[in-house]
Design a protein around this ligand. Structure first.
Ligand code: GLN
Length: 529
């Protein structure tokens, strides 16, 4: 009995299975994660979820652990015990935004490669290895390879992040357990937040207190643990996402041709930049990238609505997904400032001294995942309670709720900024309240986002719709870098106008969503009478 409960505790961080593997005690009691168990289920869920849980946990550990340090490293002074790159806020925040934007944008080609070429399982494996390589490159204390490291993490995450989410859904489809799919995604969301908690704490401490590259190295170690555990337990996935969807023979040739073109194009671009024929500031790049991503999303929605041959009912659902998309992009543009402007606010204007110990700046960001873990079950119970009484808010109301809470969190920041203007620094409780509100917003918007995109997308487009969902994160990420740059450009003075502007745009978006939702409803009731 006592053994089993220790097993349970350790399994949470995968240690038990590690030790068991190392000692080759494969068929011990407690949790069986090996081929010798007959049952396909683990606590009522497909066993493969365990594999995905730990892989995603370690991947997010490395992603958030490194992301927490990124802006601090780029803006850190050139001298001192832990020298950074000495960049300006505008530059560093823009690079941060481009990085986050690219990470999520690459989910789209990553999904295409898995669908057409590798199958999702292999794509996740390749992605995990490339991410680990990226963090290893960042761990080497050479500034010249900084962008190479970032590029590898971007490419690897593109292969891993969307495809692992797709396999979650496939596991439930394969076992005829669709009714448990939402619960599966909730458990999966927990792995994300357990992983990021570990990442913030471990990478944050090492990066800030020992040396930036130690923090990046810890991210690499985390991702490597993810690679090993994925290889070890991949068989539990069975054939979920094993083979590519398309059996089109010509796909390889087309891919090679496209890759050659892309490579030449990128080489030419890099050549122009390096030779100095073309110079582009990170900020300009970020702005153009934001326009590009918005155009891609707009074209995709227009195509789906007008040219994909959808039934009127499916078209109406596309409009609903569009509203969710806009709300989500706006939401993430605030959320991702936790690693950007709010990170700098924690460093420069927050008192982080606790009983003589100066806590690492990046630890402040751990409030978000910890509060997700605490509040996710409560939110799930709350929605279920409302649904039982037929009071469950409609999707658009929930989207607006998420946006509203994000706006409110920046309202709290406005108060914190005005206090800091008077006293120099404020207590950490201001960021705590800000992150609490953002977490409530995340729990209102993000889980229903995933399930709405998997439920409401037209059947033949389901795979790509995940890409579309992450495209909202990409737009949000790059906007977070642009807005974060504006906010921090001249310290506290520039924060108030930027945050006020954000609150205004959230208000406009909320009103537009409510108006459009009302119009869509009207349209539907007119069609059905
Ligand atoms: N926190 C979630 C994750 O890391 C959502 C992030 C996002 O989509 N921007 O997966």
């Amino acid at each position: 009995m006592a053994r089993a409960s220790f097993g349970q505790i350790f399994t949470i961080i995968d240690l038990a299975s590690w030790l068991r593997w190392l000692r080759q005690e494969r068929s011990e009691g407690g949790f069986q994660l090996n081929d010798q168990t007959d049952s396909q289920l683990f606590l009522g869920h497909p066993k493969g979820l365990v594999t995905l849980f730990f892989t995603e946990m370690w991947e997010r550990m490395s992603y958030y652990g490194m992301r927490a340090l990124l802006v601090l490293f780029m803006t850190g002074g050139l001298t001192g015990f832990n020298p950074g790159l000495g960049w300006s806020q505008i530059e560093a925040q823009a690079v941060y935004g481009i990085y986050v934007g690219l990470v999520y944008f690459m989910v789209v080609p990553g999904g295409w490669l898995a669908d057409n070429l590798f199958g999702h399982q292999k794509a996740v494996l390749y992605g995990a290895v490339v991410i680990a390589l990226g963090h290893l490159v960042l761990a080497v204390p050479i500034n010249e390879t900084f962008f190479l490291g970032l590029a590898l993490v971007v490419l690897g995450t593109g292969l891993l992040k969307g495809n692992i989410s797709t396999i979650v859904g496939r596991l439930y489809e394969n076992q005829g357990m669709e009714d448990k799919r939402d619960a599966g995604y909730t458990i999966f969301y927990m792995s994300i937040n357990i992983g990021s908690t570990i990442g913030f704490v471990v990478c944050g401490y090492l990066g800030e207190k020992v040396g930036w590259h130690w923090g990046f190295g810890a991210a690499a170690v985390g991702m490597l643990l993810g690679v090993v555990s994925y290889i070890r337990y991949r068989h539990l996935l069975g054939d979920a996402g094993l083979l590519p969807n398309s059996h089109d023979e010509g796909v390889k040739e087309r891919l090679i041709l496209r890759s050659v073109f892309l490579f030449i194009f990128m080489l030419a671009g890099a050549g122009l930049l390096i030779s100095g024929v073309v110079t582009i500031s990170p900020r300009d790049f970020a702005e153009n990238f934001a326009y590009f991503l918005t155009a891609v999303a707009a074209i995709y929605f227009v195509y789906l609505y007008f040219f994909a041959g959808l039934e009127p009912d499916e078209q109406r659902r596309i409009l609903l997904l569009l509203l969710l998309f806009v709300a989500a992009a706006a939401f993430w543009s605030g959320f991702d400032q936790s690693g950007g402007s709010l990170n700098i606010f924690a460093r420069d204007y927050t008192d982080l001294n606790f009983f003589g110990f100066e806590i690492p700046v990046s630890w402040v960001q751990v409030f978000n995942p910890i509060m997700v873990i605490i509040f996710a079950p409560m939110f799930a119970a709350f929605w279920a309670y409302l649904a039982k009484r037929n009071l469950d808010p409609s999707y658009p109301i929930k989207f607006v709720g998420g946006v509203f809470l994000m706006a409110l969190s920046f309202g709290v920041m406005l108060v914190a900024v005005s206090l800091a203007l008077q006293t120099g620094t404020v207590g950490v409780q201001w960021l705590l309240i800000t992150y609490l509100l953002q977490t409530w917003g995340e729990l209102t918007l993000s889980p229903i986002g995933l399930s709405a995109f998997s439920k409401y997308s037209p059947k033949k487009y389901t795979g790509q719709m995940f890409g579309l969902w992450f495209l909202a994160s990409a737009i949000g990420g790059v906007l977070a870098g642009i807005l974060g740059g504006d906010a921090m450009d001249s310290g506290l003075e520039s924060m108030s106008p930027t945050f006020t502007y954000m609150i205004q745009y959230y208000a406009v978006i909320a009103i537009a969503i409510l108006g459009l939702a009302w119009a869509i409803n009207k349209m539907q009731s007119r069609n059905s009478t």
